[in-house]
Design a protein around this ligand. Structure first.
Ligand SMILES: Nc1ncnc2c1ncn2[C@@H]1O[C@H](COP(=O)(O)OP(=O)(O)OP(=O)(O)O)[C@@H](O)[C@H]1O
Length: 328
């Protein structure tokens, strides 16, 4: 339903590019996450999709029709796109019901529709309140209701949870994506938080310096990242350099780089590759313990374990299926 073809955007006449040659597609009903560090081009990409910017090169197709190119720009209000931003953007002087009906003023039964979407986001019965009478999480749900009211084909959420504390954030994230799945609307959300992306997205896109460096389903991205950069973005990794390969007696392809995730380095197990280690430090983390270890060759690594009783000298190991291989 959404096709992005070799989109580029520069803000300085081509000296540098906020986005360069980005291509991807999304199917109807998919939830996609755009992940990347600050300045990687996330906002630029969604502004291009929403029609708030014109690309310097490339094309965007929405439901089969060309909506953006260097020569054509279908305006945002004609794209059937709903937007939800980090800062809620509710009108403070309007009641919730009026905040929601604002964007559907020409719709028949707009009050009924507003009540319906407020109920969908679990805010039934508070229609007459003003935004300041709600918590941050509730305000974000109103913003979601307002974006859903006109029945958009695509919903874009830009860092929708970053104003909230960790517990509320996880709660609201799950709630919001349950609602999105229930409505079946295609959604793209921008996040710095890779956990958010892994938890709710069908498809994850990784931007780095304006380029799309990987697009995959969450599980594949986590287990088969294409680069060390992507691997470490999604969790702690241990680089299997030559010294570690020799400690574990596991020679790997010298043309490639290799790594394993911390959680796949386990203690006291019957793994394929094993070595001995001395425990230098043990840090209790609540549901687990972090062990800082020194291997026989002097190399240091950390392991997270759920074991409670740990000797001073232990065996650690991993299996070949957990080795991630990258060309660079
Ligand atoms: N209107 C603009 N004028 C000039 N440069 C811009 C403009 N918008 C974005 N840029 C530049 O384009 C690059 C990508 O910015 P963008 O805001 O898309 O990144 P981002 O990944 O969304 O970052 P953040 O997570 O910090 O919001 C940056 O170098 C930024 O400075």
């Amino acid at each position: 339903m959404l096709q992005i073809k070799e989109i580029s955007k520069s803000f300085d006449g081509g000296k540098s590019y906020a986005l360069r040659d980005v291509s991807f597609g999304m199917e109807k009903g998919d939830v996609g996450a755009i992940v990347g560090e600050s300045g990687s081009g996330k906002t630029t990409l969604i502004r291009l999709i929403a029609g708030l910017e014109r690309p310097d090169a490339g094309e965007i197709y929405f439901q089969g029709s060309l909506v953006s190119s260097i020569h054509k720009l279908v305006p945002p209000e004609k794209r059937k796109i709903g937007l939800v931003f980090q800062e809620y953007a509710l009108f403070p002087h309007l009641r919730l019901i009026d905040n929601v009906t604002y964007g559907i003023s020409r719709m028949k039964n707009k009050k009924a529709r507003a009540r319906e979407v407020l109920e969908l986001v679990d805010l039934h019965g508070v229609e007459d309140r003003y935004p300041h009478q709600l918590s941050g999480g509730q305000q974000q749900r109103v913003a979601l209701a307002r974006a859903l009211a006109p029945n958009p084909e695509l919903l874009i959420l830009d860092e929708p949870f970053s104003n909230l504390d960790a517990v509320l954030r996880a709660q609201l994230r799950n709630q919001v994506f349950e609602i999105i799945k229930k409505t079946g609307v295609t959604a793209i959300f921008v996040t710095h938080d890779t956990q958010d992306a892994l938890t709710v997205a069908d498809e994850i896109l990784i931007l780095k310096d304006g380029s799309l460096i990987q697009q995959d389903r969450a599980f594949k991205l986590y287990t088969q990242p294409k680069s060390m950069y992507v691997a470490s973005l999604f969790g702690n990794t241990i680089m299997l350099d030559k010294a570690l390969q020799s400690a574990f007696e596991c020679p790997l392809n010298p043309q490639c780089c290799h790594a394993i995730r911390n959680e796949n380095l386990t203690i006291n197990t019957d793994c394929e590759y094993v070595t001995h280690a001395k425990v230098l430090k043990s840090t209790f983390l609540g549901n687990s313990t972090q062990l800082d270890l020194q291997l026989e060759n002097g190399h240091r690594v950390s392991v997270i374990t759920h074991e409670r009783h740990i000797e001073d000298h232990i065996k650690i190991g991993f299996n070949s299926k957990d080795v991630m291989e990258f060309s660079s």
